[in-house]
Design a binder for this molecule. Sequence first.
Ligand SMILES: [Ca+2]
Length: 223
Amino acid sequence: MRLAGFLWMVAGAAWALEGSSVGGLYEEHFPPIQPNCTQSLTDLLLLRQEVQLKELKQESSGILREILTEIKGSLARTPTSTGASCPGNFAAHGDTCLYLAKDTDVTWEAARLFCQDLGGDLAVFEDANAFVNALGYIKGSAILESLTIWVGGSDLSLEGEWKWISGEDMPRGTPFWGDYYQIREPGGGPRENCAVMHGLDGFLLHDTACSLKYKPLCEVKRS
Ligand SMILES: [Ca+2]
């Protein structure tokens, strides 16, 4: 009986060994389907999420950029009494923004650079309305009546041919130009080639020497 029992145990162990090796072989040739399928599906879902996330990132960074541009734009504009927007210290007048730099005294060329630094140039008045608007702004600016103010007109290119810096011809006569000793301006000849609004003559236009130092009237066109 002992021998038989021993043999039975050996047989049992052999069977167990054989069983496990058979199981190993099976798994080697036929890997478990379920875990691998789950793995592939997970990979696929992750990949899809990654692509969606990437698209979302691109889309949201575009939207974010638009929002930032809008915020930047609205910060650069200052609301005015008319509800229109002009940059910084500029005030809205008709279709333009004006700024008289009361604390700046510079030559005509330097005045242009001053205004260009603010995103504009010296003011030009292509018609009587624009000129009257500017007169209203200047007279309402609580400044000394004796002030002299640079505007964007000259006959620097050709003596006697007065042009706005925009390239247009400057209008002559009323209501633009004032008088100097009862003679209609411009009358300074080759020594006076830049245009000012002359405070002592109701801020009407006069010609004067470009090297003198006066206050710039800057303009930014409203788009
Ligand atoms: Ca001249």
